[in-house]
Design a protein. Sequence first.
Length: 454
Amino acid sequence: ATVPQLLEPGQRTKPGDLAIVLLARDNYEPLILEQSTGAVDGYAEGATLNTRFGSFPHSTLLDIPWGSQVRASAVDTGSRGRKRRRDDSGDDASTPALEDTEGTATPTSAPAKKAVTASSGFIHILRPSPELWTYSLPHRTQVVYTPDYSYILNRIRARPGTRIIEAGAGSGSFTHASVRAVYNGAPKSDDDRKGKVFSFEFNESRFRKMEEEVESHSLKDFVSIKHRDVYNEGFLVDGKSPMASAVFLDLPAPWKAIRHLSRRRPQDMEQDSNDGSEWVSPLDPRKTAMICTFSPCIEQVIQTVSDLRKSGWVEVDMVEVSNKRLVSQRDRIGSYLPKEKGANPNPADVTEALSKLREVNQKTKEFTRIKANRGEEGQNDQMDVDGSNSEREPNANNKLDESSTEKVWMQGRLIHRAESELKSHTSYLVFATLPPEWSEEDEAAAFAKWPCGN
Ligand code: SAM
């Protein structure tokens, strides 16, 4: 089986890899790298990524170390491209191409565009990870973000070898995080009990999209995705138990699915089907099972907790992940002057604070003027990637107080504040445990092992 970069990262890019293109700060686009086999979509160079920062033939993105910065190329749109453009849009090829002002990458199948900033812009090619996938994935639903899924995966004890049930698959954010957590090598056969994700999605178009992504990210051997209403049809795969020991339900009514997740045929199901067939649980009978359900309102939590108890789940508890990022920085107003010059460490003196503010404004203007003279503008303003951004360069005019004996970074009061906009989707997480099946024989065998048992 092909092992994807997501699970066993290599050092260099290769055709077929999923890459995450970093266009600018917080602007990521996923891209499947293609081997060029001739002109594509009018580009003589073959498959080409078009962005606001220029055009990047895939040939320039292949066989390079992950994390590389790549400069835009001056691409040749070729005669085939000109013909296509005339055919597609009815426009003459000499019409200037529209600039993509959003900064988003356009798919290679889009009509050919002229490179707008040929050989001036750059991108970074990042190795895919579940975290970057969560940032860049095409949203089809609300998704589970990294702060939540890292906590959930820890609590449901997802580790290499775990077989995990997930419903609904939605946009696949949790799927990608969980497959990395449970991966312990490629399975050798269908019956091989390696770590695997068993994912279920009711909505047909989301299911199809997930199928495509699982295929194009080379995850087919590690993720099984089924089109299923799990409330009515449960979690068996082709009639067989996935033998799972971890479950994550991100569904509007998780309690409707819980009856399928018990050790024995639930009473209500006995009434539904009196055909006498054997009840097959999707859970591994020899292992403790852990579950997490994700619900935005407390009424859903109450119903879920009740149905978990009825199905034999114990140690039920609820958690809300309230993530905050704390930013620590120095507040320079107040102790701006060095101590030996008699600075007031508390900004009680408004005159001093105002005069310092004026000084800082003056220096900012000077700094901007020098920067403009040097012609430093454009992408470097947005992205401080290679250390060449002038904001980082020492500038004599921009030092706060040259006569200070204190280091600049030591000046001012240390303050911190919470940033509230960290992406996470506030929901209540209900956790519970289902002990393994325990028979008279198990008890006798366990008892026999005790020193006093015989
Ligand atoms: N956890 C996903 C992620 O991280 O991308 C997002 C899940 S989304 C909030 C909920 C999904 O559950 C939707 O895609 C919806 O179609 C699916 N769903 C709702 N009812 C379902 C059912 N009875 N069986 C299977 N899937 C269902």
